[in-house]
Design a protein around this ligand. Sequence first.
Ligand code: ATP
Ligand code: MG
Length: 414
Amino acid sequence: MIYKAPRGTHDIFGVNAAKMSLLEQVARVIFRKRGFEEIRTPIFEDAALFMRSIGQVTDIVEKEMYVFEDKKGRKLALRPEATASLARAFIENRLGISMPAGKFFYIGEMFRYERPQAGRYRQFHQIGGEFFGVSSPAADAEIILLAQDLLYSVEVNEISAHINSLGCKNCRPALREALVKYLDSGHGLCGDCLRRLKRNPLRVLDCKIDSHKFTEIPQMSDYLCSECKCSFDLLQSLLESAGCNYIVDNRLVRGLDYYTKTVFEIRQDTAGSREALAAGGRYDNLVEDIGGQSTPAVGFALGSERVLAAAQKAKFFISFQESEKIYIALADSELFSEAFSFAVKIVKNGLRGNKNISVFGPLEDKNLTNQLKFADKIKACTAVIFAKTEFEKGKVLVKNMKDKTQTEISINEL
Ligand code: ATP
Ligand code: MG
């Protein structure tokens, strides 16, 4: 084998491709029901867009971005996430003017240079939604409930939303100060954290190495201004009234800097599972920070590969009906064009009322035995055999490939 897919990437085919499409199909229906419109942005952008929005001192920007120069020396990056791209598109296309409260969704691949492991790839897929223009926590609640709905719709049921508030421009500086004071007092921080401490102390809480050391860490909940506190309380009562299963986690921070107020992760309840299936939060300053008008916003993204892995045994996929595979076979090669046009007709109209079919054949240059062997190999349920004697009576042979029984049926009845 000379060529292999690049490390951390994989080909998706067969049943996995079918599941991925099904998940995306379900997502489109759920988004449209709630008034979200699809948006497709480029998979690469000006690298500065991500540096500015996600933040310089974040894992994504420091370690995980695929940055490259094009032939004109422009510094571009494969998108590591899509919120920044959507905010850029929202501003550039003036989407806020025609729709003061715009709801958008996207489905597509993201790229991060991470150490590949289960549920962590260098090219992966996200499905996400962004709600621009509404500062009420009702929008946060809608986003969290929508993300949960998506998981429920593929029968991933044992999930909880972990929520926190990171405060706003007014109240976060006080937490920052308290954090630096606490962390500076000798916790044997790793090299990354010592650097983060100076530039972005909140990031320290997210450190995979150090975060377990902090037991009595100052919590944002003690520093929230009255507006942020009110919003967070209202969010909780909205989630409660909607019957949402949520957990307040005052230590939750996210790996991106643009978040303000609400952040959340949706995790599976199974013991030991800390990996988020979906995550998001509010980002009230991002649109303005990258050159737009001040626009509050909240959004989420779901990792398709992780959700499909979680849904592996789910009823939804077990009951996922594969189409009836039909093989069109030829006992006499002179009937090729008749068999071919029959195949074209049933692709369009279905076979015996069933439109959920997939049709193979007719193929030339094979005797009937080999054709039927091939039909078995592709796991066809039914073979429709064109043979001269029967065809002259307007009939074909319909073979059940499971029990190998065969009946003569008039073509008009099929
Ligand atoms: P983590 O803490 O697991 O690295 P993150 O904070 O980097 O997650 P986000 O940027 O919020 O994740 O992305 C949202 C979702 O996208 C995650 O919850 C996860 O399901 C998925 N995701 C993120 N990175 C990867 C990856 N490298 N491979 C596959 N899925 C991913
Ligand atoms: Mg990550």
